[in-house]
Design a protein around this ligand. Sequence first.
Ligand code: MG
Length: 158
Amino acid sequence: MRIGIGYDIHRLVPGRQLVIGGVAIPFEKGLLGHSDADVLIHALCDALLGAAGLGDIGIYFPDTDKQFKDISSIKLLVKTCEMVSSKGFTISNIDSTVFAEAPKLLPYRKAMQKNIAKTIKIEVDRVNIKATTTEGLGIIGTGEGIAAMCIAMLKESA
Ligand code: MG
């Protein structure tokens, strides 16, 4: 078994669609980034790459590369899974936490879970997504940004 962690944070700005876990969420602001800035998917990619000993998301999908401009991060996750499986690993399970003061993410949790499970080709009950506020504290609490943490377990294919 191999384990990896990932963390990401993006700034909330007006005029962007908020996308978390591949789900477009109605909100007055969205996350700023070169891609769609899907903070949860980025943390997941880093957890998977970390567990496989493959470095981090910035190596493969640099924000200076025009081909990744406004790209759906789900596509980056597909490429990440290809790298992980070509190194001889299968994904056992993932767990994650999204840190956001607003909007409430609970109504979208199941859709995110399904999206991710389908993309990384594991059962839905092996994809856990939690959400929390930071009780109004710090950069998350003031609504300046949204962060996500993820942990992934891989097993070596027989
Ligand atoms: Mg990111």
